[in-house]
Ligand binder design. Structure first.
Ligand SMILES: [Zn+2]
Ligand SMILES: [Zn+2]
Length: 394
């Protein structure tokens, strides 16, 4: 079934919700008003509301029939620490905070679907609408999982959706396997020995050693990773020194790494550690290496992804389903949910014409309201088909 007429009829109302949320951005674990807004609407529609998971998380539970199957549909609610540069009516009213990743739109699309499904109840089983906090940097999905999301709200599959400005308006990109990369952070301190700039031989040059580390990290990605795999090690901070004629005693490096598999994450971490130990020993410096695992790669499960692709095809038509979009090196905390349950994460095109194609996390970005009924229809169709009394999948 294509975009639902009932959801098209709800477009103006969804736009109001979306703009209401856009004007009131809240960042990680501070989504109190957003959560109140979501919870109030869900309750108004007769959906059972559960609050407090991962501080501000909201889960709405809707049952119909006697079926035992269950599905989780997830939206993120948090904004970013960005000063909005738009001047339209619904621009952020909070200095320094902005919905620059479209989570206002994601929340709204899931609300639209929830309202329609609560009215019509044309399914057999349980839908959990998962509104998560803190997708940006603070791993709200992991925290929900750790606090018992899937024990309290068991599902057979979990699905996520994110808008993408460079994809055509309303087209849906679906692919199995890795779609977004891991994101880890590292911090390194090279402890050498300070010296007068004119007597380098009396010291241990932390800047020189740290510089060799930067080059060695490039060697790891260029020469020890299969060229058909993708890996990134980016040194993004390099701090050392305070005077022209003093060799400082230490230098600090930090940055991020990206990969599409846990095995490659392991390889990157162990290779960086080995290089630090080896160069430290070679130059008599003590190198502290701190590597933090943050987000795993987002890996779509094949069967659930094929299901998502068929649903998307039903909603937007085969020519608007993109099955060959390449993965991106950004990270997404929905990855944590896909480690627990099978499922799939899709992109919906925000349209390169909208806001001049302003990219996610840009101060002139805005979610495209025209895609609200499309995204909401995808959710409705997904839930109804997954929980169809005649379903052949499990
Ligand atoms: Zn983002
Ligand atoms: Zn986002």
């Amino acid at each position: 079934m294509p975009v639902r007429p009932e959801l098209l009829a709800m477009a103006a109302e969804m736009q109001l919700w979306r703009r209401h949320l856009h004007a009131r951005p809240e960042i990680a674990y501070e989504e109190h008003e957003t959560a109140d807004f979501v919870a109030r609407l869900l309750a108004d529609w007769g959906i059972e509301v559960h609050r407090g998971l991962a501080v501000t998380g909201v889960v709405g539970t809707l049952k119909a029939g006697t079926g035992k199957r269950a599905i989780g549909l997830r939206a993120d609610m948090d904004a970013l620490k960005i000063e909005e540069r738009n001047d339209f009516e619904h621009r952020s009213r909070v200095p320094g905070k902005m919905h620059a990743c479209g989570h206002d739109g994601h929340t709204t699309m899931l609300l639209g679907a929830a309202r329609h499904l609560a009215r019509t109840r044309q399914f057999d089983g349980t839908i959990h609408f998962i509104f998560q906090p803190a997708e940006e940097n603070e791993a709200g999905a992991r925290r929900m999982v750790q606090e018992g999301l899937f024990e309290r709200f068991p599902v057979d599959a979990v699905y996520g959706m994110h808008n993408m400005p460079f994809l055509p308006e309303g087209q849906i990109a679906v692919r199995p396997g890795p779609v977004m990369a891991s994101s880890d952070f590292f911090e390194i301190t090279v402890n050498g020995k300070g010296a007068h700039g004119a007597w380098p031989h009396t010291g241990i040059d932390a800047i020189g050693i740290a510089s060799e580390l930067v080059l060695a990290f490039n060697h790891i990605t260029a020469r020890t990773v299969n060229p058909l795999d993708s890996a990134v090690i980016s040194v993004t901070q390099f701090h050392a020194g305070h005077a022209n004629n003093v060799i400082p005693e230490s230098a600090k490096l930090s940055g991020t790494t990206r990969a599409f598999s846990t095995a490659l994450q392991d390889h990157i971490e162990s290779s960086m550690r080995r290089v630090c130990e080896g160069l430290g020993a070679a130059y008599r410096a003590k190198i502290d290496f701190n590597y933090q695992r943050r987000y795993p790669p987002t890996i779509n499960h094949p069967e659930q992804t094929e299901f998502a692709a068929q649903v998307a095809t039903g909603v937007v038509g085969p020519s608007n389903v993109l099955r060959d979009e390449p993965p991106v090196m950004g990270a997404e905390d929905f990855a944590w949910m896909l480690l627990e349950k099978p499922g799939s994460y899709v992109w919906i095109g925000n349209g390169p014409q909208h806001q001049g194609g302003s990219m996610l996390h840009n101060p002139t970005y805005d979610f495209n309201d025209r895609i609200l009924p499309i995204g909401a229809s995808y959710w409705v169709e997904l839930a109804e088909r997954w929980l169809s009394p005649h379903a052949t999948h499990r």
